[in-house]
Design a protein around this ligand. Structure first.
Ligand code: ATP
Ligand code: MG
Length: 579
């Protein structure tokens, strides 16, 4: 039954991931756009944006938003802006801007304009002045605690600030002085004058500007006041003439404010953007919040934003994920109206599917034990032909060296085994991949009883592909191996989940850091076939019978380092089973 379900599920995933843009069923955002088009909106005015705040590296949740916005651009043949929402100079940096650009490009998308909210600071300021003149904004000079105390609760109205009725002249003069840097941080804020009794707490005279004597990564020291998100975002959409401003669900209550601000700047002559919301994507066994990811970096839990255990796009790239696998993942989970937790094994499924088609097969032994073929001539070697990728007929073949002394995986041998063990045991035969059939004969052990050598004999007529009767002989198991004399030592970094809990940041009384898996990294000294001597950073391979591996950014010709991208076995099926 489970297998049946799984079979259908994988077909479903395969179906979705192979569907082209035109045939995939429309998501609810596309329905909204289609309806707008039916109601007379011209396709020419469609415009979208992806609006990251450059306060960290993008993560897999952002990938959903990128695929959604840029995907809409492709579907409707409409421009998509990359807009940096850079209104908080205390947390934002050029490093993040550069990383974000790289990630979006790497995912395979092209933006129309590269925009910065900071480019609109003057326009926003001018509009704020107009709002003051209109009696719709005022300078408040209370502490943030006092203002918070006056906010009320969702069921009780707030109380007016004693500064709410300042004259337009006084407000203008104070606001200008705020801008000119004449006040300390925290001395004043500019607030919109809306409704302190609104059932929507966000409408209770929200702050539009605060004083910050900080250096901004683009505007330098030009500004001593910085606009808040709500004031900036919708107006930036308006300036760029974005038709559909898509954001995550937590902004739904902000929509009223988004519209209120727009009402005050909109001129009826141009396009009025509309905000629509979709559910944030959460991935199991990790956190997708830049703030939390920054803590992992700052507290040294990981080595950086691109540590291959991180859920950032840069980490996934370093670990060996392909852009297509991340796009397929985003497409498969689609977009939703309600939040849910997506199991990370689905992401792994997507990369496994992609790498199965792309990655050349090679042999590497991660946990070696020495195998001696006692009837193979000493000092002799031969080069055997090995197929590069059975999934790709153009992938060709390569030569791998064979000799008397090999490494095989320690787990591939048992002195005594039951009938279900299809690997090597004494007196049983297995095939060495691309090579000969061997038979286990005896073992050599050290003083503690650990096996140090396995001795076997081989059938010289059984070479794979030689066409002899013996070469066709079927044996139950096939093992991978490397010739000891020819082997290339490589470092292999194997990763486990970064968090032991499925949803580490969902516990009210516990900090997510308590769930960090202390054993998420295992470094192994392994041996690979000599064709891996000349690899380049980013090269991806299938280590046969083990999994997919990618050459790490720290790899050098002297010390080759591989990251394990994902194992061969599908764990998504198991997840389905549990449910
Ligand atoms: P974080 O909490 O990680 O900082 P954010 O929403 O504050 O996330 P932004 O840089 O403001 O980060 O996000 C840029 C865009 O990506 C926004 O439109 C946001 O809604 C979207 N986004 C962020 N996280 C997710 C997620 N987990 N799933 C889907 N979209 C997301
Ligand atoms: Mg944010």
């Amino acid at each position: 039954m489970i297998k049946f379900l799984w079979g259908n599920f994988s077909k479903f995933v395969a179906l979705i991931t192979s569907m082209s843009e035109e045939t995939r069923s429309r998501n609810f955002i596309e329905h909204i756009i289609d309806e707008d088009l039916e109601n007379g909106m011209s396709n020419d005015v469609l415009r979208f944006r992806f609006p990251p705040e450059p306060n960290g590296y993008l993560h897999v949740g952002h990938a959903s938003s990128i695929c959604l916005n840029f995907g809409l651009g492709l579907t409707y043949n409409a421009p998509v802006n990359l807009r940096f929402d850079d209104t908080n100079p205390t947390k934002e940096e050029q490093e993040y801007v550069d990383a974000i650009k790289l990630d979006v490009q790497w995912l395979g998308f092209e933006w129309d304009n590269e925009c910065y909210a900071s480019d609109y600071f003057q326009q926003l300021y001018d509009w704020a002045v107009a709002l003051i003149k209109d009696g719709k904004a005022y300078v408040d000079s209370q502490s943030s605690e006092e203002m918070a105390a006056q906010k009320g609760t969702p069921t009780e109205p707030g109380t007016h600030s004693p500064h709410r009725d300042r004259s337009v002249e006084e407000n203008l003069s104070l606001f200008e002085k705020m801008k000119n840097g004449e006040f300390e941080e925290g001395a004043h804020v500019l607030r919109a004058k809306i409704d302190m009794a609104s059932p929507n707490m966000l409408m209770r005279d929200p702050v539009m500007y605060r004083i910050l004597h900080r250096h901004h990564h683009r505007t330098g020291n030009d500004w001593c006041i910085y606009p808040m998100y709500d004031w900036t975002h919708g107006e930036s959409d308006y300036i760029e003439q974005v038709s559909h401003s898509l954001c995550t669900l937590e902004f739904k209550p902000h929509r009223e404010l988004y519209n209120w601000f727009l009402d005050n700047v909109y001129t009826n002559e141009d396009l009025r953007p509309k905000q629509r919301e979709f559910a944030r994507r959460n991935l199991s066994h990790t956190v997708v919040s830049k703030r939390k990811l920054l803590r992992l970096v700052e507290e040294g839990v990981v080595t950086g934003w691109d540590d291959p255990r991180m859920p950032t796009i840069s980490a996934l790239r370093r670990r060996g994920y392909t852009p297509a696998s991340i796009r397929n993942f985003a497409d498969t989970i689609g977009i939703a109206k309600r939040e849910n937790l997506v199991d990370v094994s689905l992401l792994e499924y997507c990369v496994r599917e992609d790498l199965n088609k792309l990655a050349p097969r090679v042999m590497a032994v991660l946990n070696p034990v020495k195998l001696v073929i006692t009837n193979y001539p000493e000092g002799e070697e031969e080069w055997l032909t090995a197929e590069n990728n059975p999934e790709d007929e153009n992938a060709g073949s390569r030569q791998v060296p064979f000799s008397r002394e090999l490494y095989i995986e320690r787990e591939d041998f048992k002195e005594e085994a039951n009938r279900k063990f299809f690997r090597l045991t004494l007196n049983k035969e297995v095939r060495l991949k691309n090579a000969y059939i061997i038979k286990g004969e005896s073992v050599v052990k050290d003083a503690d009883g650990n096996i140090t050598e396995i001795h076997c004999t081989y059938d010289p007529k059984s070479r794979s592909g030689s066409g002899t009767e013996e070469s066709m002989r079927k044996v139950k198991g096939t093992l991978h191996w490397v010739s000891i004399n020819h082997a290339v030592p490589v470092e292999v970094r194997q990763y486990d989940r970064l968090f032991m809990d499925e949803a580490p940041d969902s516990h009210k009384d516990k900090d997510f850091m308590e769930f960090v898996n202390p054993d998420s990294l295992k470094v192994i000294n392994a041996f690979a076939e000599p064709s891996l001597k000349e690899v380049e950073v980013g090269d991806r391979f299938q280590f046969q019978r083990i999994g997919y591996f990618c050459v790490d950014t720290e790899s050098t010709p002297e010390k080759i380092v591989f990251n394990k991208t994902v194992g061969l076995r599908d764990t998504w099926a198991k997840v389905q089973e549990k449910k």
